[in-house]
Ligand binder design. Structure first.
Ligand code: PLP
Length: 464
């Protein structure tokens, strides 16, 4: 054994304690750490010829890298839809590495059974009790699995398996959506369907929710041709929701696969006041839900749900003598793009076990209350104006005075440089804007005050 490796093995209990100590310091310092640390390109150090051992590696990490990492795990990071890591999720993530299980099959461990149990719990949270599912690395992959299964379903109508015959056997593919996330285009590119096959259906005026009449017209124009409809349950700019129930009802008249991208919006199901936003979700053929966003598990985790596991297996089966064939309850190796994969479910299992439905409902409701309060205060400030009502957990706003690209960019930069909060820019309806997305379990009213003050100070600074 390499001497450094042997030393670390002998000293493992103390080294784990020191690692825990570093973790503790980082978490205790989250409030003081700048929320964002824009980073340019950095000179890479040379590959260590001979290692230094874990203790010295920890020191080196603390010196060279730790000070330059962002506070994205903390309560005032409002960029993208990032979420944090609950204490239980963190413990689950640590133990994932400790056990290092491979959920490729059930032949040597109950790890896959734990993943199934967790997927079942998540299905109950979102009302998807007739669906089966699996963990993937993020909503992009979840959307990809849903679209891949949809592609196979289109083949079924022609009596072919696209997974076997190739996408060329399918002819033109019709994909319809109102305001899809960028990852839908990426998925279509990866699947050989092609980004250009996505037909944008007009949304309702002043909204990002699809216009049902226009969707009906588009389906009608397909003349009985099967298609894929991607419904959006929570758009990233304004968290708008398609009318899922109305779309699902169209399935009685037109043949289409209904995929719902509910990456973070699906969490509306946890809060009675907002559950109506995802009414009809259960009628979807496939559903995407991200977990490293609003479940507050660490990167990377999402879940995909489907009603047609048989078609999913046709696409993702990984048959080899040593892996077995996908009969009965198929192993995860036959359900997702990965073969070998970590026990990603463990962090979710821990947080759901530790805090339950009630605990996670409280996070969702508190985040929504924060978004509303920030929205209310910002609209009264005079400095900025909201571009959409706060429907759930995102405040989308821009400068009241001359919201030019340059000024909004300068505002974004000033907010980032304050270190107090971090918001990501967007363009909504042609207007440069900012979005503040709440999804971290730690965010309190005191954080909200700091966030508000930082935004207003940055606005004031623009004109001085
Ligand atoms: C974040 C998001 C995605 C992509 O999620 P990743 O986890 O980054 O792959 C897809 N759709 C929606 C609506 C999202 O918010």
């Amino acid at each position: 054994m390499d001497p450094k490796l042997a030393d670390d093995l002998a000293d493992l209990p103390a080294l784990l304690d020191e690692t825990r100590h570093v973790a503790q310091q980082v978490l205790a310092g989250l409030d003081a750490r700048p929320v964002a640390r824009p980073s340019g390109v950095t000179d890479a150090a040379a590959l260590p010829e001979v290692g230094v051992g874990l203790r010295a590696a920890l020191r080196e990490f603390q010196q060279r890298w730790e000070p330059r990492f962002s506070g994205s795990a903390g309560p005032r990071y409002l960029g993208f839809v990032t979420g944090g890591t609950t204490p239980a999720a963190l413990a689950g993530d640590w133990l994932t590495g400790v056990f290092d299980q491979n959920t490729i099959t059930t032949g040597d461990s109950a790890a896959s059974a734990l993943e199934r149990e967790t997927v079942g719990w998540l299905g109950q949270l979102f009302g998807l009790t007739e669906h089966t599912g699996a963990f993937v690395s993020g909503a992009t992959m979840s959307n990809f699995v849903g679209l891949a299964t949809a592609r196979e379903w289109l083949g079924e109508h022609l009596g072919i398996s696209v997974a076997d015959a190739g996408v060329g056997a399918l002819g033109p593919v019709h994909v319809l959506s109102g305001a899809p996330h960028a990852s839908i285009y990426k998925g279509l590119a990866m699947l050989g369907i092609g980004r250009n096959q996505l037909r944008l259906v007009p949304t309702q005026s002043g909204r990002e929710a699809v216009d049902i009449r226009r969707l009906t017209d588009a389906l009608d124009a397909l003349d009985g041709h099967p298609s894929i409809v991607v419904a959006n349950a929570g758009t990233v700019n304004t968290v708008d929701f398609d009318d899922l129930r109305a779309i699902a009802e169209l399935k009685q008249r037109y043949p289409f696969w209904l995929h719902v991208d509910g990456a973070f919006g699906a969490f509306a199901a946890l809060a009675p006041e907002h559950a109506h936003l995802v009414d009809g979700l259960a009628a979807a053929d496939s559903v995407c839900v991200d977990l490293h966003k609003w479940l507050n598990v660490p990167y990377d985790a999402a879940v995909q749900f489907t009603r047609r596991r048989d078609l999913q297996v046709q696409v993702f089966q990984n048959t080899a003598a040593y892996l077995g064939t996908p009969t009965g309850t198929p192993d995860f190796v036959h359900l997702v793009p990965d073969s070998s994969r970590r026990l990603r479910a463990l962090a979710a299992w821990f947080t759901l076990t530790a805090y339950g439905k009630a605990g996670h409902r409280e996070i969702v409701e508190r985040n929504v209350a924060s978004a509303r309060r920030l929205g209310d205060r910002l609209s009264l400030s005079g400095s900025v104006q909201l571009l959409a009502p706060v429907r759930l957990n995102v405040v989308c706003f821009t400068l009241t005075d001359r919201p030019t690209p340059e000024r909004v960019q300068a505002l974004t930069r000033a907010i980032t440089e304050s270190g107090e909060t971090f918001l990501t820019p967007t363009i909504y309806n042609g207007t440069p804007a900012l979005r503040a997305a709440f999804s971290n379990w730690r965010t309190t009213d005191a954080d909200l005050d700091r966030i508000y003050d930082a935004i207003i100070a940055a606005c004031t600074g623009l004109d001085s």
